[in-house]
Design a protein around this ligand. Structure first.
Ligand code: 4UW
Length: 550
């Protein structure tokens, strides 16, 4: 029997879009003149909720007027976190855009792929990222006047407009918010490799994202308060999660505006700066991935700062061990509760609550309301109670399919409509879910997805390589997986450390830093393959794990 969430189902409205959820509420439960986004590096720079709402509408009207923006047109974001990101995101949503964020460390090649695949009509970036943005935009046919800037960095070329200059001067009242059908219209197009292959656009509708905000708020949000919290000042969050990844986009950016927290936005995680901000700004909580938990549990720097205002950390995006949770508890006496999710589920699927995190350490928590799931074996048959199986899920937050990719979409769903997560779980009798392994090929470096097929494609471009298989191997010192390539060399080519280093550098030149071959290169005589020629990455990964344990 499929199992359902232990939480009571919510009445999720099907006529509310993301803009209306966040900004068109009758009774906003916090003063809207409150600062919600503040730059952690320079706290003089901040936006109130009212300012973000007004600036978003101005930007949305400018898009409609200057760019003749139509509902469904895609706006790409290629920027690190900035307090302006919510304005361009929500402004674009107001104008009916589909927002497609990309990692700002992407190379020209990686960004071009996403711009072309998504059919982006404009791109938002910051001045230091212009070189790559301009080159990729050119390759994707996006004209220079559709490349706009956010943030404080100045553009020495003075060629590109700041988003504040995208506005409607004549009769702005003639423009109205886009008329959205939340069940059909997309709001986010995020890129994930799914269970196999190259990155694919994950189509998230307004209803998917609205559902996930309401589901997460129901399970978790009541612990946060915009007005109460510590000293009645309201909860204060450190915004370290990247807004260009679904975890930061929904759980930090949208959630912050919906619940009215004050968020101190961090461009790039740096432990000392994060500790300083927590101390100075009296931060009460933040969302993180396991390597940050590791730093808080183990780094000697942590002892130098007063972190006494901190009351919670919430970790996700990769497995978190109970030892790390325990280490933070012993040191700081704060819970590190865990959640699990995917781009395809907008993203939260399970979450631990503050009441139960200690009792079920190591668990990813219970399933969100309105969701149902089953755990299945390789034949798609449900496993017996308590056994491990692949998690298949259904719910209003689960995506409709991959962008313009019916084949991969079909593969991703079972005949009875469940999305196959590619993650292995077991569930206890209380409904706590434990992620024990990954069936799919995806590698996660510090929570960032690394599709092995993409790296293999690049490595095969090296003239000395005839075959290759890339897998993730554990790096316990950093609480993360790292990609490693198993390479078959052309006959006659010497397999040695120099050649390995050459291949590592060859890849590093072509990819964003999180995809570098940090696990190195190993030379092999052949790559394990199925009779049909499919690379058996999992077989190799399990072999390596066994060898490492021996
Ligand atoms: N344990 C083990 C975990 C875990 C995990 C994710 O890049 P994507 O598509 O998406 C994410 C989403 C992270 C996330 C969402 C909601 C939430 O509450 C939370 O924690 C607070 C985190 O990373 O990668 C999806 C893949 O990442 C792995 C898993 O393999 C999944 O399919 N993953 N969370 N707690 N593995």
């Amino acid at each position: 029997m499929p199992f359902t969430s232990p939480f009571k189902d919510l009445d999720i409205p099907t006529n509310v879009d993301v803009w209306s959820l966040v900004f068109d509420r009758k009774d906003v439960p916090f003063p809207t003149s409150k600062r919600v986004m503040t730059c952690a590096e320079n706290t003089k720079l901040s936006h109130t909720w009212d300012q973000i709402r007004a600036a978003s509408i101005d930007f949305g009207k400018g898009m409609k007027d200057m760019w003749k923006w139509k509902k469904g047109d895609v706006l790409a974001l290629y920027t690190p976190n900035s307090i302006d990101t919510p304005i361009v995101t929500l402004g674009a949503i107001w104008a009916g855009a589909v927002v497609s964020p990309a990692n700002p460390l992407y190379t020209v090649q990686e960004l071009t792929f996403q711009l072309k695949d998504s059919g982006a009509k404009a791109i938002v970036t910051q001045a230091p990222f212009l070189k790559t943005a301009v080159e990729a935009a050119k390759k994707a046919g996006i004209p220079n006047d559709r490349i706009i800037l956010i943030g404080q960095h100045s553009d020495p070329s003075k060629k590109f407009k700041h988003f504040r200059n995208i506005k409607c001067v004549d009769f702005p009242a003639r423009f109205r918010k886009a008329n959205i059908n939340p069940e059909k219209d997309l709001v986010f197009l995020v890129y994930s490799s799914g269970t196999t292959g190259l990155p694919k656009g994950v189509c998230l509708t307004h209803l998917n994202v609205v559902s996930n905000i309401l589901q997460s708020t129901d399970v978790d949000g009541r612990y946060w308060s915009a007005t109460g919290g510590l000293d009645g000042e309201g909860d204060k969050f450190l915004g370290v999660l990247p807004f260009f990844h679904i975890y930061g986009l929904t759980c930090a950016l949208i959630m912050c505006l919906y619940l009215g927290w004050e968020m101190f936005v961090v461009e790039r995680f740096d432990l000392e700066k994060a500790l300083q901000t927590i101390q100075d700004q009296r931060i009460t909580g933040f969302y993180v991935s396991p390597p940050v938990v590791l730093a808080f549990g183990k780094s000697p720097l942590v002892d130098k700062y007063d972190l006494s205002t901190l009351k919670i950390m919430h970790s996700g995006a990769a497995p978190l061990t109970s030892e790390l949770t325990e280490a933070v508890w012993q040191r700081l006496k704060i819970p590190v509760k865990q959640g699990y999710g995917l781009s395809e589920s907008s993203p939260v699927v399970t979450c631990q609550t503050v009441d139960e995190w200690a009792k079920f350490m190591g668990s990813c928590g219970k399933m969100m309301p309105n969701m149902e799931a089953k755990l299945v074996d390789e034949q798609g048959k449900e496993v017996a109670d308590g056994e491990v199986g692949e998690l298949w899920i259904k719910g209003p937050n689960v995506f409709k399919g991959y962008y313009k990719n019916p084949e991969r979409t079909k593969e991703a769903f079972s005949e009875d409509g469940y999305f196959k997560t590619g993650d292995m779980f077991h569930i206890d009798k209380h409904g706590n879910m434990y992620c024990v392994d990954r069936l799919k090929e995806l590698i996660k470096y510090k929570g960032f997805p690394v599709p092995p097929a993409e790296l293999e494609g690049l490595i095969l471009g090296h003239s000395d390589v005839t075959d290759v298989c890339v897998i993730g191997v554990e790096d316990h010192s950093q609480a993360t997986e790292v990609p490693r390539a198993y390479v078959v060399l052309r006959p006659g080519v010497q397999a040695n450390d120099n050649k390995a280093q050459e291949i590592v550098e060859y890849v590093a030149k072509q990819v964003a830093p999180h995809k570098k071959l940090r696990g190195g290169v190993r030379f092999v005589a052949e790559v394990p393959k199925s009779p049909s020629g499919k690379i058996l990455r999992r077989l190799l990964r399990d072999k390596v794990r066994q060898e490492e344990r021996a």
